[in-house]
Design a protein around this ligand. Structure first.
Ligand code: FE2
Ligand code: FE2
Length: 134
């Protein structure tokens, strides 16, 4: 059973962002599956690094997209991305210090982050709020 399935509600209708989000789900599933079948630490480590790379790339691409469409809350969204990366790094550092198994808290974080971020925060740049009428 995969760690996370792609759900229609994740679809934003911005094809490049949707493709990257799907890539993140796939990379998370890969980490989960490797950990579930007790793959070696170096193998799991490489999968986490791959996920980290995709995440950084996605955040950069998404921020460029928000800039392009003139999304007003870009700075806030950038800060949220930076905080997510910090948490990711903290979990990854803990993994590296351990025996090679992924802490369930790391998976909880990944699942929560992707679900709530895509359906909540990311969705905001799809239909930016109209300026209030004066
Ligand atoms: Fe985002
Ligand atoms: Fe995103």
């Amino acid at each position: 059973m995969p760690f996370m399935n792609w759900e229609p509600r994740f679809e934003l209708g911005v094809s490049t962002m949707d493709a990257e989000h799907k890539g993140l789900v796939a990379a998370m599933n890969e980490v989960f599956e490797l950990d579930a079948r007790q793959a070696g630490k170096a193998t799991v480590d490489a999968a986490i690094q791959k996920l980290a790379g995709l995440t950084k790339q996605h955040f950069a691409d998404e921020e460029a997209h928000m800039q392009k469409v003139g999304f007003a809350d870009l700075r806030v969204h950038q800060r949220i991305h930076a905080e997510l990366l910090q948490k990711f790094t903290a979990h990854y550092t803990a993994f590296q210090a351990g025996q090679g198994r992924v802490d369930p808290a790391f998976f909880d974080f990944l699942k929560f982050w992707l679900r709530s971020h895509i359906t909540g925060v990311d969705r905001q740049y799809v239909a930016p709020r109209q300026p209030a009428k004066v």
